[in-house]
Design a protein around this ligand. Structure first.
Ligand SMILES: [Zn+2]
Length: 164
């Protein structure tokens, strides 16, 4: 076998094993629950929020957490994608409506379960509160607020109020 041929075989083997390794890593990544960039809570599929800051694209557990990041860190955080609470579908922040301060907060519930036996029950600051849930249609948001409380607002208005 000539040198060139040996090298070609070596190269093919190397590329194939790299590809296999990458595929395996992707599968591993997909099976891990996604974590919030800011609070490390597992991300609930129906409140997943994507935002960008100077460092790049970040995943957040909910819109409230992403907007808190902006307020606390003084960072310019721009929400680029929301998830419809009812359907789990991706939503554009420009068209979405949110219910603010309802009795449903996917993040705080997960948090309380973890802390239930370690901390006394009580009100403490939570970056994911007041809860913000996104809806594709204003009427869906109004219906939800009727059952769970909270205020219906266009997402843009809420984002602007956090920016101050
Ligand atoms: Zn979070």
């Amino acid at each position: 076998m000539g040198r060139a041929r040996q090298f070609a075989i070596f190269a093919i083997v190397a590329v194939v094993s790299l590809a296999a390794g990458y595929a395996g890593w992707r599968v591993y990544q997909r099976t891990q629950p996604e974590q919030c960039y800011a609070c490390q809570r597992p991300i609930h599929a129906h409140s997943r929020t994507v935002a960008t800051d100077k460092g790049g694209t970040r995943l957040f557990c909910c819109p409230a957490c992403a907007l808190s990041e902006q307020r606390q860190e003084g960072k310019t955080v721009r929400v680029t994608e929301l998830t419809a609470f009812l359907s789990g579908a991706k939503l554009s922040p420009d068209e979405a409506y949110v219910v603010k301060g309802s009795d449903v907060n996917m993040c705080a519930q997960a948090h309380e379960m973890i802390d239930a036996d370690k901390r006394p029950a009580g009100v403490y600051y939570d970056r994911c509160a007041p809860s913000l849930l996104a809806f594709a249609q204003e009427r869906e948001a109004i219906q939800f607020a009727r059952e769970h409380g909270g205020t219906v607002l266009p997402f843009r208005e809420v984002a602007a109020s956090y920016a101050k």
